[in-house]
Design a protein around this ligand. Structure first.
Ligand SMILES: [Zn+2]
Length: 143
């Protein structure tokens, strides 16, 4: 079954990043290992939201994308998910999100809702489907 694997510290980091941006959408590149139907997050690269309409949409500047890919390369990881937050709505992909998910191919997206304090993950297969997020316990940490 398809799933995305995060640990508690990574989840906390994303939630803090979203809280720091408060009324604007926050975003991050999640680096890790993609193996069949599992996307295992190992490293989080926090990014700035470069969108002019950052309350309702997000963008990652090309320089930051490049930095993120470079970090992945150095650590022998790949981009396994794109994270962004919805400060004032549910963790459901907006129409703009759906459009960009289609352009990004099979990379899962994780959306955090600031109103429900809830994380959800989606991947595009034929259609956009929700996939479970598995949170690893702290004692499974592996640096
Ligand atoms: Zn969105």
């Amino acid at each position: 079954m398809k799933k995305i694997i995060l640990n508690q510290a990574q989840k906390d980091l994303l939630q803090e990043h979203a809280a720091k941006y408060s009324s604007n959408e926050s975003c991050a590149m999640l680096l890790g290992i993609h193996n069949g139907e599992e996307w295992n997050v190992k490293e989080i690269f926090l990014t700035r939201n470069s969108s002019e309409n950052s309350e309702v949409t997000f963008g990652i500047a090309p320089e930051e994308l490049l930095q993120g890919y470079k970090l992945a390369d150095e650590k022998n990881l790949e981009l396994v998910a794109i994270f962004h937050s919805h400060p004032n709505s549910n963790a459901l992909p907006s129409n703009t999100d759906k459009k960009f998910m289609k352009l990004n191919g099979d990379i899962p997206w994780i959306i955090f809702s600031g109103i429900n304090i809830d994380f959800k993950a989606y991947v595009l297969d034929e259609e956009i489907e929700e996939i479970p997020i598995k949170i690893m316990e702290r004692h499974f940490f592996n640096n």
